[in-house]
Design a protein around this ligand. Structure first.
Ligand SMILES: Cc1cc2nc3c(=O)[nH]c(=O)nc-3n(C[C@H](O)[C@H](O)[C@H](O)COP(=O)(O)O)c2cc1C
Length: 216
């Protein structure tokens, strides 16, 4: 007569197989290249934020595990007589849909964000959901865009983006880059490294969640 007792050896082997599968699944997702575009959030002539965006882009590009590209809001034609998903730009939407996370470089204009940046962000919705976002504030004042970042946080949340608890604040930006865009203060390499580590970690966690954890 067959024993009703479970075979301990079989159970252990089955558990080990399940654990290996879980590990392989997680490793497969964690090791896939992430796509993290960098958005330049102003179209102003002479914008210092362009130097910031190109610097951050370069720091992301140094990481083998991440692919990036510049999204320059100047290059995205948008209707000024409508708003929201009605005026979607297909190329921008495709980039956001492909992205695992976003970096937004945002200058502080009268303590707020440039209207054109908001106009562009508003054109998409589902493309952002459960993706990480990191914010780099830029100002010529001493607060490094801290106020614009605070103002942008509720917008990020409403779009379904997941903010991280690290930003980079480029204060007195006219002293941080020369006219050619050369970085004059190496401390920003360290700040950006810390910021990107946190963003990449969050991007991996959310990618795993989007791919593997069903939503009720
Ligand atoms: C319309 C406008 C409003 C601004 N308001 C602020 C401000 O509230 N606080 C601040 O520190 N700098 C302010 N600035 C200066 C910007 O911080 C400065 O131009 C900086 O270089 C970042 O913006 P940019 O990328 O357009 O150059 C303002 C600039 C503009 C054009």
């Amino acid at each position: 007569m067959p024993s009703s007792k479970p075979n301990t050896l079989d159970t252990t082997a089955r558990e080990q197989k399940q654990q290996k599968e879980l590990f392989m699944n997680a490793a497969e997702h964690i090791n896939k290249k992430l796509f993290i575009p960098t958005m330049l959030g102003t179209a102003r002539q002479g914008r210092m934020s362009e130097h910031v965006a190109r610097f951050v882009l370069g720091e992301i590009a140094k990481r083998d595990e991440v692919e990036t590209e510049l999204i320059d809001i100047r290059d995205i034609p948008l209707s000024m007589t409508d708003a929201g998903e009605a005026i979607k730009n297909s190329s921008f939407s495709a980039t956001i849909a492909r992205a695992d996370a976003l970096v937004i470089v945002v200058p502080e204009y009268n303590h707020g964000y440039p209207g054109l940046l908001k106009h562009l962000l508003d054109t998409n919705l589902k493309e952002y959901i459960h993706k990480a976002v990191g914010l780099c504030g830029v100002s010529n004042g001493g607060f490094g865009g801290a106020r614009v970042i605070e103002n942008l946080l509720p917008v990020m949340r409403e779009l379904g983006l997941v903010t991280i608890f690290s930003d980079v604040n480029f204060s007195r930006v006219l002293n941080v880059f020369d006219a050619s865009g050369k970085l004059l203060d190496d401390v920003y390499v360290k700040h950006t490294d810390k910021f990107l580590k946190e963003l990449i970690w969050m991007a991996k966690v959310l990618k795993y969640g989007r791919d593997k954890i069903p939503q009720e």
